[in-house]
Design a protein around this ligand. Structure first.
Ligand SMILES: Cc1cc2nc3c(=O)[nH]c(=O)nc-3n(C[C@H](O)[C@H](O)[C@H](O)COP(=O)(O)OP(=O)(O)OC[C@H]3O[C@@H](n4cnc5c(N)ncnc54)[C@H](O)[C@@H]3O)c2cc1C
Ligand code: FES
Length: 404
């Protein structure tokens, strides 16, 4: 009986295999499975968007506006005013070695301008790239010309107005290139596709530092107000000084503590520290404050929590799948930059510790994460995961990264 059953199994298995082969032969080689939800998700959040530069325009002595249009076949995804885009770049160094990197830039044009059929575009406004100082900004200044092509990731970030959450009266506190998301919001309001009142308080040291002044002045209306605040010119006829509590109160709806105004803050790190203190003085409820991320600190050793150590170059072991590479990592740069310098692929988007794209696991070593750039989840902290763009080595280290 047992032997009979065995032969039955063997002949049965060969019949199934034959039937399977016949099915494969008669099948359609194309994947005809359609998932409409997935299709919409891909349209709204494409993996990449291919564009070409259509126009370059100076918008102040210190900033330049770049207009991008989709290259044939690509469509610009929808975004919210205030969100950012991350550009992929390959920058050749003096030694001829190419560094693959990314940089986030707030989209300075309005969402409606990206939804105009074959007239669709989006814009970035980039602050002065001084040669030898800004690595990417100076490269963009020198190389992004009409016709240059780029790969972007967009839309990204949570820095946008949400009517269900935010007060109808918005005061924007901007500094430097932090004006760009507010130009996007201002245009969207002027177009009638965003419903709030916006007052932009824009802090600059001197009048020549003001970015997009002509453009912002041109769209002023009862719903969009634009106020320059100049700190370094005593004779300036308008608002002078810093974005302090008195000034913020002056342009708010009633008492800032009442929660009738939402404050959007975007600018360099020192400005955040100052403005945060002023908003605290005014007892603004935390739910009424929205902060954009601001990138890695320029000088990590100035962080008040940074342990006092001399700059050093450490060994960093990077495990990526079955590959294991040992590279050099400066204590003054995040692990993500060390990997970029060594040509190890590691995805980045916000470069501010917020989005989690560059997540890695620390296997060995001592590192420093500035509290301002620590956007990790509780579980990640507990199980030793770090965001490589905001983690600095304090000793020889070993990390494990995802294959991208
Ligand atoms: C959400 C968000 C929105 C932003 N929006 C804007 C905007 O609208 N406009 C704007 O102007 N800026 C914006 N920024 C800032 C922008 O992303 C850049 O930080 C800024 O342009 C300066 O970049 P940079 O590369 O020129 O200078 P840095 O970022 O200061 O470049 C130096 C960095 O590159 C590294 N580096 C230097 N040389 C090399 C090399 N050879 N190989 C590898 N790495 C190297 C350095 O270690 C350092 O980390 C935004 C930032 C964020 C987070
Ligand atoms: S790139 Fe966003 S957390 Fe590192």
């Amino acid at each position: 009986m047992k032997v009979n059953g065995f032969f039955k199994d063997v002949t049965g298995a060969s019949r199934v295999t034959k039937a399977r082969h016949q099915l494969i032969e008669s099948g359609n080689p194309e994947n005809i499975y359609k998932d409409h939800i997935r299709e919409v998700a891909q349209e709204v959040h494409p993996k990449v968007t291919h564009v070409k530069c259509a126009k370059v325009e100076d918008v102040s002595p210190t900033a330049r506006k770049f207009t991008f249009v989709p290259t044939d076949g690509d469509v610009l995804p929808p975004f919210m005013a205030g969100q950012y885009a991350s550009v992929e770049l390959e920058i050749p160094g003096e030694d001829g070695k190419v560094t693959k990197t990314t940089r986030p830039f707030s989209i300075s044009s309005a969402p409606f301008q990206a939804r105009q059929g074959d007239k669709s575009f989006f814009e970035l406004t980039i602050r002065n790239g001084k040669p030898g100082v800004g690595f990417v900004s100076s490269w963009m200044y020198a190389n992004c010309k009409e016709g240059s092509t780029f790969t972007f990731h967009l839309p990204l970030g949570q820095f946008y107005y949400e009517p269900l959450r935010d007060a109808k009266k918005v005061v924007a506190l901007a500094g430097g290139s932090g004006i760009t998301p507010f130009y996007s919001m201002a245009q969207e309001i002027a177009h009638g596709t965003m419903d709030c009142d916006l007052t932009i308080l824009y802090g600059s040291v001197s009048t020549k530092d003001i970015i997009l002044e002509k453009q912002l002045s041109a769209i002023q209306s009862p719903r969009v107000r634009f106020v320059n605040v100049i700190s370094g010119e005593p004779d300036y006829p308008g608002e002078k000084g810093f974005l302090n509590a008195d000034l913020i109160r002056k342009y708010s709806e009633g008492d800032p503590a009442d929660g009738n105004t939402t404050y959007f803050v975007c600018g360099p790190l020192p400005m955040y520290n100052f403005v945060n203190g002023e908003l605290e003085k005014l007892n603004v409820p935390k739910r009424r404050i929205r902060m954009e991320v601001f990138g890695a600190p320029r000088d990590i050793t100035k962080d008040p929590d940074y342990p006092k150590r001399d700059p050093a170059v450490y060994k960093l072991k990077v495990m990526r799948g079955l590959e294991e590479t040992e590279i050099k990592a400066s204590s003054l740069e995040p692990l993500a930059v060390a990997m970029e310098r060594a040509g190890i692929p590691n995805p980045t988007r916000c470069r501010s510790g917020a989005c989690g794209f560059c997540r890695c696991k620390l296997l060995k070593g001592d590192v420093f994460v500035p509290s301002v750039g620590d956007g990790r989840r509780y579980a990640d902290k507990k199980f030793g995961y770090y965001h490589a763009c905001s983690t600095y080595p304090l000793s020889d280290c070993a990390i494990k990264i995802e294959i991208c």
